[in-house]
Design a protein around this ligand. Sequence first.
Ligand code: ADP
Ligand code: ZN
Ligand code: ZN
Length: 727
Amino acid sequence: MPTVLRVAVPVPLPQLFDYLPPVDVDAAALIPGCRVLVPFGRTRRVGVLLEIARESNVPSHRLKPALMLLDAQPLLDAELLCSLMWAARYYQYPLGAVLECALPIGLRQAKPLPAAGERALALTETGAAASPAGKPTARTNLLLQILAQGPRTYPELDNALPGWRAAATSLRKRDLIVGITLTTRARPHMPMIGPPLNVEQQHAVDEIDAAHGRFAPFVLEGVTGSGKTEVYLALIEQALARGQQALILVPEIGLTPQILRRFRERLPCAVHALHSGLSDGERTRTWLAAARGEAQVILGTRSAIFTPLPRAGLIVIDEEHDASYKQQEGFRYHARDFALVRARSLNVSVVLGSATPSLETLANVETGRYRCLPLRERAGAARMPIPRIVDLRGQRLQHGLSTELIRAIRDCIGRGEQALVFKNRRGYAPVLLCHGCGWTATCTRCNKPLTLHRRENRLRCHHCGADRPVPIACPECQGTQLQTQGQGTEKLEDMLIELFPHVAVVRIDRETTRRKDSLEQLFAQLTPDQPGILIGTQMLAKGHDLPNLTLVAIVGVDEGLFSHDFRAGERMGQLVVQVAGRAGRARKPGTVWLQTHHPEHPLLLTLLRRGYRELAAQILDERRGAGFPPHTHLALLRADASSLAPLQEFLDRATTLASTADKNLQALGPMPAPMPRRAGRERAQLLLLADQRSTLQTFLPAWLNQLRALPEAKRVRWSLDVDPVDL
Ligand code: ADP
Ligand code: ZN
Ligand code: ZN
């Protein structure tokens, strides 16, 4: 009887592939979960061995041997493999590609595993002998001083010296320091003691702890600043005391050095970060340390949900409503939903924390599937900020700000406090217009206005990334009266600098935070007890504790009130509450100013008068009436092509196949995508809707097979999104 290896290969095909064992490999060494290098067409791929079978449907003379067994131990344990298989089925994505996604990049290649241990820096002999040159406060000198006391790991350096990476590069070039791997475990340090928990915090900790050892989902619903992080820390300590691992997920922009530092100060063990800002090597090492059970606390963004946890004790999803948990391309999983699947198979508690839980989560609380633990009060002395509406109708505005608001900012500065101006639009202005003839700078590939970025003097398309110089004259009429319309963060920054020339004004958006460590450095420009102004996009909505910040101005809510997306109201509510939560975090009370042309909008009124929970209840009701999630379940077929005809043909065929399939299934469309054209391609979509998840789940695999076989499918680019977030 031949042995046949069934291998998941990272290719866009749903089936497994059969191979013979590699020559001269012992049968006992072939364990599911190990990686194998296999020939695939004319290339070689790293696949994952899933099963060892007795026979194959492929005729034996056509079976090829795998080239190499890459691991002595399974890299993916049974739990992770099983959860990922579930995800491949649920999200209708090829298993080989799902497994590839779950592995850190360093393990997707047929290379030996990196040495166990942590990346660190140490002085070279030259470095040890060198006497300091240049300014004593220069980062390079500070780094040399730190390393003079012994080697330091990257996480330790993150804590000790923001911006050390640039300094390290220059010192390495001069041969003063080297990168090493520290194999000894991080020395245990004396953690700082946190504040005593208040009654509600303690209650939450007790309830969650009482459930340990089995699957139990909790929602920790606490306004910003109510002390959710303290609850997480207490739960992590309990997991550590039981010798277990804890995985904490935070939104992409939430994993700031500040939160890492707080975890590192407070926990008695190493805290491992996992996010896209790290090198492939660092991520691989952390992943492997977790797989060995050595990394006890892992703090990461979305894809950290694929971390192996052989000794799992707790999973926390902070800001569970955050949109960055949904992967928007390729394998379109939702990390929060997948966390529940993992927690179930690991038999651990999962804590979903938020001031503004998603409606999906609230619906699960309503049906009793999740337990809600509220934190109603702000921790310590902090109070919730007081909301104020600024009715913009008929008012004179200065670059989009009302006189009333400018006066309030002036008063705030006068008291020596700090203000935050929130505008969810980066760049200088979203429109550049010719006053002579009405021409507008437009992206021809997306049919949308280009945003003016004045600092770099470029016109950019925020949809496809197109980038071009700003014309000196109008290309239509040669007139030179080009003017801007609307305002982005750059324009607001200019105006506020002009109004408050003696105050630190800091802008935080994608442009100013491109470099590593830059977010931290920007925040450092605000001295805690000095007046200052922060301007920024939603990057500002979370993560930072600014005790002297007492005024928050939201200057663009209206965009969220009128949108085609059925989630717009929910998002508006979450954003307002989150941004407002930046104010008055310490002893000083805060105020939130909302500028709007629609002061009587029912959603806005409900939010301000009765709070987020009431808003959520109102929207849930509306969605029930309209038949939208969470009361129904969706899958979205998206397609794009260079012209409309093939797109239409493909989606028409797909619609016909779907509408005859199951009476419980509704096919809405085909219809143009919210952006019908992007990067030069036409886009359209078909929405499938069912009352029961199972209706969709039964239908989708067969339908996808039919779609793959359509000749029309070859002429378009298409993808399926199960539980889409953006429609
Ligand atoms: P959240 O995660 O809900 O935004 P945090 O845990 O960050 O809230 O707490 C907000 C602030 O309140 C932090 O400065 C924290 O140290 C402080 N804090 C939290 N819990 C307590 C407590 N029980 N007593 C005093 N201060 C607390
Ligand atoms: Zn013109
Ligand atoms: Zn474009």
